[in-house]
Ligand binder design. Structure first.
Ligand code: ADP
Ligand code: MG
Length: 778
């Protein structure tokens, strides 16, 4: 099933864009690469972009993000909201709701997930607002509210659980008494009690059936209610009561267990700090954590939670950052280091300057991303939904035929034909099938989040599980890039401190890992960066800055060549340093090169074992792509047994190589630091960013973000994805088998209604329980 939408979007094009055919080509290319984007046309005269795409494959905000990466801003923004649904009572109701909302004009895309009780919706604010959408949800029999950015209290749980469980209990007890009466040959009072039991158990089903009828969309509530009424009509009071009781019991248990899967997110929310000790004139003041503003100075005592993201300004300590990174080994923090909301200060007292407020700190963003991810669907799930879309109506039609045709044409007994038809209705909802995938995906995403791995959507759980080829960035990914500086060479009239001072000033604005190494070396020698008037990052080559009336550049020899600087005098030294396996950068002031700084870039401790594990997991090919020089690349690749490597690449070259790899192998994961690898991550089948806790760009651009710098999380993410796909397949096979058995036995006339409901609800519960094993996956 594909659906396409065509949109005309007003866009802001970068200046000079209309004359640059290549730029326009780059935009169209990059958008066409997104799954589901079928056609793109940019109209320069009117500054619009016409886009034909499949919203189920690429939500509009993904398209927007991609456009922004190539410099195009979509002016009229579409809203993307995640809404918490209240009172969702069955898997197929979630789909019914989805259909109902998608019919509202102005709604571009909507996805509901029973397992997370979330709805993701994209709409044009000019045509429809959130209130209208929520009102429609209410008219369909459910309730909804917007997700809060900082959920200080755990999110509302299945709110209507209280009443249904009481009614289920009443239904069960009356059913038991009625059975006892029936056994002791007191049919009349038994019938009355059976009816009471059916009404109690069926109250919510009937209510759902009413909304289902009103919106002309069949759902399980409707079908079960018809089956129960039918059973009463043919005088089968016991069956009516049992059907309704089992159905309400099943629904209740399903909701309860699924709620457990959602708890994996609430457990993240439980990490939210509540208070902050802010330093104000005249002393400390204890204020709620969400009132801390950027720039506030707050104190964190041992044992306390850090209120929001910030930079340590004084003191030193060790903190437990497991709520963010999933890593329980304490991380040491000294002045200048970054700390994150929700981490626990273990021993020393520290002063922290807040760099974010409560709403946009790392923890809040993780929760938002997990919520959004859990509301989205994996491609396998679409199969089950499409199956359900045709299966249910087909069985209902079959039921009508079975009820009417044999009695009319072959004089069969109407009562037994009707009974068979009713059993068909009871098994006509592939509920187990529909829930099989989302419950597994939600559990897997929750498990991952607790381990410092963020999947941006269910589809990445699926793709990550299938990855056979992984390409790694070198600096900052396989190597730390932050190791100590080994050599500083200086030109005439300069000393080491001069060179470091120039370099540190340029790098003070850079996010590159090498910049950090240089900054640290400067700090050690108490060299302070000067203030800059202009800065530019020359991605994949270096960086430049203007200060004290002079332009300074730090970067590799390719950059210096491009700038027309004479590197001749330094090439011998450069060669020597590179042969020693070091990463060397040149420092230029004005038009002359004044020195070289070399870093002995060390391979991450976890790299070797991570690569071994990946091979054991069946990753056939490992590739390294780097902007660094050939010699450095070769030595790292040989050390680690990497199959292929490509060196001296610019970011665009990395993209080209990824494309070739995708052509060769079908799907390729790229692992990078996300800072200067964004284009390569975007070109990959799955883009995985490391060290995302400290970098907004990494968190935004990756499909999967590893919060910590630990490469060991990568095999875990892959194993988890495989595990999830395995369980999903088990669930699919099992639920399809149950459907086949139920339908066949129903048609043969040997299925009791009660057994049908039991099989239906039981299989859904089993599938949910199986999916939830992923919460405890290790
Ligand atoms: P990798 O692909 O291995 O991660 P990058 O593409 O980040 O490498 O960088 C490639 C090369 O460009 C580095 O080895 C370094 O020589 C140079 N470079 C990039 N950014 C900087 C910077 N901020 N300062 C100095 N050199 C840089
Ligand atoms: Mg890098």
């Amino acid at each position: 099933m594909t659906e396409t939408k065509t949109l005309r979007l007003p866009v802001q094009l970068p200046r000079g864009f209309d004359e640059c055919e290549r730029c326009a080509g780059r935009l169209t290319d990059s958008l066409l690469q997104l799954d589901g984007v079928r056609a793109v046309h940019v109209d320069f005269q009117h500054s619009t972009m016409t886009l034909t795409y499949d919203p189920t494959l690429s939500p509009i905000d993904e398209v927007e993000q991609r456009a922004e990466q190539v410099g195009i801003e979509i002016r009229e923004r579409f809203e993307h909201k995640t809404i918490v649904l209240v009172g969702l009572d069955c898997p197929d109701c979630a789909l019914k709701l989805e259909k109902g909302i998608s019919r509202i004009p102005g709604v571009l895309w909507v996805s509901t997930n029973f397992a997370s009780s979330r709805m993701s919706v994209e709409y044009e604010p000019a045509r429809v607002d959130l209130d209208t959408i929520i009102r429609r949800i209410r008219s369909l029999g459910y309730d909804a509210r917007e997700t809060q950015v900082v959920p200080l209290t755990p999110s509302i749980t299945f709110s209507s659980l209280g009443a249904p469980s009481t009614l289920t209990l009443v239904s069960g007890i009356t059913l038991l008494i009625a059975c006892a009466l029936a056994a002791s040959r007191m049919p009349s009072p038994a019938h009355v009690l059976f009816l009471i039991s059916a009404v109690a158990g069926g109250f919510y089903a009937a209510r759902g059936a009413y909304f289902s009828l009103k919106s002309l969309m069949l759902d399980m509530n409707f079908l079960m209610t018809v089956a129960a009424v039918g059973a009463i009509a043919i005088g089968d009071y016991f069956e009516a009561a049992a059907v309704m009781f089992l159905f309400s019991l099943g629904n209740m248990l399903e909701a309860r267990t699924v709620e457990k899967a959602r708890e994996s997110v609430s457990s993240l929310m439980g990490q939210f700090p509540t208070q902050a000790r802010v330093k104000r004139e005249g002393g400390e003041e204890l204020i709620p954590a969400d009132e801390v503003h950027v720039g506030d100075l707050f104190i964190v005592r041992p044992g306390e939670k850090i209120a929001t993201d910030g930079t340590v300004s004084d003191g030193s300590t060790a903190v437990n950052e497991s709520s963010i990174t999933g890593e329980s080994t304490p991380a040491d923090k000294v002045a200048g280091d970054q700390v994150f909301a929700g981490s626990i200060n273990l021993n020393g007292s520290i002063d922290v300057v807040a760099t974010t407020g409560a709403a946009d700190n790392t923890l809040a963003r993780i929760v938002c991303l997990v919520e959004k991810a859990q509301a989205e669907k994996a491609p396998v799930q679409r199969f089950t939904e499409v199956f359900g879309r045709y299966y249910t109506p087909a069985v209902v039609v079959l039921a009508v035929v079975v009820a009417l045709v044999p009695p009319m044409l072959f004089h069969a007994a109407f009562r037994s034909s009707l009974y068979i038809a009713l059993t068909l209705l009871v098994v006509s909802c592939p509920c187990a099938l529909v829930i099989s995938t989302p419950v597994s995906i939600v559990s897997a995403i929750g498990n991952a989040a607790r381990n410092g791995i963020l999947f941006k959507g269910g589809s990445f759980v699926e793709t990550a599980g299938k990855v056979r080829v992984i390409a790694f960035d070198k600096t900052g990914t396989i190597t730390t890039g932050r190791a100590d500086i080994s050599d500083v060479l200086c030109g005439d009239g300069m000393n080491e401190s001069d060179v470091l001072s120039l370099a540190a000033t340029v790098e003070s604005r850079s996010e590159h890992p090498l910049a950090e190494a240089i900054m640290r070396a400067a700090r050690k020698r108490e060299i302070k960066p000067r203030s800059i008037t202009y800065f530019q990052s020359l991605t994949g080559m270096g960086a430049a800055a203007k200060f004290d009336g002079e332009t300074c550049v730090v970067g590799n020899s390719r950059l210096m060549d491009q700038l027309g600087m004479d590197t001749g005098k330094w090439s011998g030294e450069l060669q020597r340093l590179q042969e020693e396996g070091k990463t060397a950068v040149l420092v230029a002031s004005g038009r002359t090169i004044v020195g070289i700084i070399a870093v002995r870039d060390t391979v991450r401790e976890t790299a070797k074992s991570a690569l071994d594990q990946l091979r054991k997991l069946g990753v056939e090919r490992t590739v390294m792509i780097t902007g660094d020089n050939e010699l450095a690349a070769r030595s790292v690749a040989c050390d680690l047994g990497i199959d292929e490597y490509y060196a001296e690449l610019l970011p665009q070259d990395k993209v080209d190589i990824i494309r070739v790899l995708i052509e060769r192998f079908g799907s390729v994961a790229v692992v990078g630091d996300g800072v200067n690898d964004a284009p390569a991550l975007a070109a990959a089948t799955v883009g995985i960013a490391m060290g995302a806790a400290g970098s907004d760009t990494a968190l935004e651009t990756a499909d999967i973000a590893l919060m910590s710098d630990d490469l060991g999380k990568l095999p875990y993410a892959l194993r988890l994805s495989r595990g999830a796909m395995g369980i999903i397949h088990q669930n699919l096979v099992f639920s399809l088998a149950v459907i086949a058995v139920l339908i066949l036995t129903a048609l043969m006339g040997i299925l009791k209604l009660t057994v049908g409901v039991f099989g239906h609800e039981g299989s859904a519960l089993l599938v949910i329980a199986n999916g939830m094993r992923l919460i405890r996956f290790k």
